[in-house]
Design a protein around this ligand. Structure first.
Ligand SMILES: [Zn+2]
Length: 92
């Protein structure tokens, strides 16, 4: 249940990374534990993605954009415009 959940620690509109896992703030994407703690079940803290995460992702997954697990947010990076996180679709 969402109604009685503690305040999520992940901010909307941000893609977070822990190791090879990319999530957004939505509990359906991150899972309720991550949404409330900001960490994986193993205790690894999620950090907001940076430009170098996007570059690294593109190098290991050619042709795929960096999105969170649910696909609601997509990150792009260019040296001119920097890191941009765009909303692909909004959760209801
Ligand atoms: Zn997501």
């Amino acid at each position: 249940m969402v109604a009685n959940s503690p305040t999520p620690v992940l901010r909307p509109g941000v893609i977070y990374r822990a190791r090879d896992l990319f999530v957004c703030s939505d509990f359906r994407c991150a899972g309720p534990t991550v949404a409330q703690t900001g960490r994986t079940i193993g205790g690894v803290p999620f950090q907001p993605v940076r430009g170098r995460d996007v570059i690294e992702f593109a190098s290991v997954s050619p042709g795929r954009g960096l999105t969170c697990e649910c696909g609601a947010l997509a990150a792009t990076f260019s040296w001119i415009r920097g890191l941009r996180v765009e909303t692909v679709y909004a959760h209801q």
